[in-house]
Design a protein around this ligand. Structure first.
Ligand code: 4NP
Length: 153
């Protein structure tokens, strides 16, 4: 199973989701590929935001080695499941999708917790560290459900 998380800059939300899911799968002894990407190039090649790193570290999740990269069309081929964070990402990824099968791989990450509600994981970039804590808690819930689903496959 190959899972990709996508957000705007690939320095806050999606690297945290990647780190959280990777750790949960390790604990369950499940082999899977987990990656993350973003839609904007502002931070491509950068390591995650220091607030995202600090929040991960608090929960023993190390995301320091991640480097931000852009989402590209090949990701539809390379991944089985693609999770986006908010409405802007849904609109962006639709423009990359080549067919219906591509879009069938895509869902809002919070639909794992609240199916069909399309709840957003808000961009924490402009806020303070508390916003990152909120993001972490949401992603932790979603990744908990996802890791169990993958383990049962
Ligand atoms: P992310 O957060 O999409 O969760 O990585 C952002 C990071 C940077 C920017 C926007 C969102 N930015 O505009 O630079």
């Amino acid at each position: 199973m190959k899972i990709l998380f996508v957000c705007t800059g690939n320095i806050c939300r999606s690297p945290l989701a990647e780190g959280i899911l990777r750790k949960k799968l390790q604990l369950l002894h499940v082999a899977a590929e987990v990656d993350s990407a973003g839609f904007e190039a502002f931070h491509a090649g950068d390591h995650p935001d220091s607030r995202a790193i600090a929040t991960g570290k608090k929960y023993d999740i190390d995301i320091t080695t991640h480097t931000a990269r852009l989402f590209n069309t090949l990701d539809f081929q390379n991944f089985d499941l693609i999770y986006i964070m908010d409405d802007s990402h849904y609109n962006r990824i639709k423009q990359f999708a080549r067919n219906k099968a591509d879009m069938e791989k895509v869902d809002y990450v919070m639909n794992l917790v609240h199916p069909g509600q399309n709840y957003n994981v808000e961009d924490p970039w402009y806020g303070d560290i508390n916003g990152f804590e909120e993001v972490f808690k949401k992603l932790d819930k979603a990744c908990g459900i996802l890791s169990e689903k993958i383990a049962l496959k």
